[in-house]
Design a protein around this ligand. Structure first.
Ligand SMILES: NC(=O)c1ccc[n+]([C@@H]2O[C@H](COP(=O)([O-])OP(=O)(O)OC[C@H]3O[C@@H](n4cnc5c(N)ncnc54)[C@H](OP(=O)(O)O)[C@@H]3O)[C@@H](O)[C@H]2O)c1
Length: 234
């Protein structure tokens, strides 16, 4: 049986760890990102999802991959996390974040769902900020709330097709995205790990294992999974 993972943003972080996990489980790996994926045997399609027409260059290739898959897992993982606020967020910057984080996933859905067979899955990467807000990242929060909506719509619109969906919402995970936001300041790191009940960052492999569980278990259809090691609320 031909099993395929199409992942966006697998060049690093959670997407890369997930590609590793699925490859170990016998999946063919196809990654969509600007940089390549450094993983033997994985296939790379270089795209910049911020471009409105990004799908044009690879639609034919993706269609052929999906047609040949007996079981396809589509993981919407690529994202952009800007520092901004509702007081200063400009429409064009907001559109760009929504294009990568929310519109590109739907572009892939529209292309690939017609080819997806029963047993396939569409998984979305949310965040703790999918269901709550903090100050200073309005566009990201809006997009991550939206991704839960898209997952729930997926579950409702694909009734009877044997394709399940879930949204995995990580907490503070040790990736380039988080390190880029925190910088090198040990005090900032301590303040972050200080609000995690286990006192540490999540390893990307732990999120990959959660994604694997959601892919392998259709009973998760429609679920929002909070994978955050228990954030302490103050
Ligand atoms: N890390 C955390 O603490 C955390 C917490 C909650 C939720 N999440 C979510 O988990 C997912 C993965 O996050 P991460 O921490 O692994 O992020 P990351 O290390 O920054 O990786 C992001 C991935 O997205 C790709 N990407 C970004 N912009 C792109 C573009 N314009 N076109 C194509 N690909 C693009 C990047 O690839 P290229 O640069 O090669 O294009 C990269 O592979 C995201 O949806 C994020 O919101 C992460």
């Amino acid at each position: 049986m031909s099993k395929v993972l199409i992942v966006s943003g697998g060049s690093q972080g959670i997407g890369y760890a997930t590609a590793q996990r699925f490859q170990a489980e016998g999946y063919r790996i196809v990654n969509l990102s600007r940089r390549g994926i450094a993983m033997e045997g994985a296939e790379q399609i270089c795209v910049d999802m911020q471009q409105l027409d990004w799908l044009q260059s690879c639609a034919e290739e993706l269609t052929a991959i999906a047609e040949n898959a007996d079981e396809l897992v589509l993981l919407h993982n690529a994202a952009r996390h800007d520092g901004d606020s509702v007081a200063n967020l400009e429409a064009e910057a907001f559109r760009q974040v929504l294009q990568i984080n929310l519109v590109a996933p739907q572009q892939l859905n529209q292309l690939l769902i017609p080819m997806m067979k029963p047993g396939s899955a569409i998984l979305y990467m949310g965040s703790t900020l999918s269901e709550k807000a903090v100050s200073g990242c309005a566009s990201y929060i809006a997009s991550k709330h939206g991704i839960i909506g898209l997952m729930r719509a997926t579950t409702q619109d694909l009734v009877g097709k044997g394709i399940h969906s879930a949204c995995i919402c990580p907490g503070f995970t040790d990736t380039g995205m988080l390190r880029g936001m925190l910088g090198d300041d040990p005090a900032v790191m301590a303040s972050i790990t200080g609000i995690v009940s286990f006192g540490r960052l999540i390893d990307p492999a732990e999120i990959a294992a959660t994604i694997w569980f959601c892919a392998a278990n259709p009973v998760m259809n429609g679920s929002v999974i909070h994978a955050n090691l228990g954030q302490i609320e103050r």
